[in-house]
Unconditional design. Structure first.
Length: 148
């Protein structure tokens, strides 16, 4: 009987010690979002003189990236430079701007300030609407602006 009580006491102490140690360990970090740059150096991209830049960060191993790049391509014009920034060819830019998820589309103005972004697959309607909204605030198709 003494051995059984000793065994129960040791097990209880081990359980209490494990519980206390577990409480001391910090919780795993919770990811609240993906890293999206707030500013781009327009000289890092083709046509820095264009008033608007649509940068599409992609990877060759990403299934959705080609579709997002194809969705963005028709936005190209004299005023809008659309550039696909594929990880294999432009790893330096992915690293510089801390890109940790693709596809990522950022829309930057002439100063490189990121005015809109889309992480993950995006429809043409949403992408084109974002560009229209940043170019002419209040001009969204449904008539309501950013606050509406």
């Amino acid at each position: 009987m003494d051995r059984l009580l000793l065994l129960v006491a040791v097990a209880a102490l081990a359980g209490v010690a494990a519980h206390l140690l577990q409480r001391r360990r910090p919780d795993a970090p919770v990811r609240t979002g993906w890293t999206v740059p707030e500013q781009l150096d327009r000289d890092d991209f083709d046509r820095p003189e264009a008033p608007w830049l649509v940068a599409v960060f992609t990877s060759a191993s990403c299934d959705a990236c080609a579709a997002v790049a194809a969705t963005a391509a028709p936005l190209a014009s004299d005023a809008v430079e659309v550039q696909v920034v594929e990880y294999g060819r432009h790893r330096d830019l992915h690293d510089r701007y801390g890109i940790d998820a693709v596809p990522l589309v950022v829309i930057a103005d002439a100063l490189g300030v990121v005015r809109a972004d889309h992480v993950g697959p995006v429809s043409a309607t949403h992408l084109w609407g974002s560009l229209a909204e940043v170019r002419e605030p209040g001009s969204t198709p449904d008539g309501c602006g950013a606050g509406g």
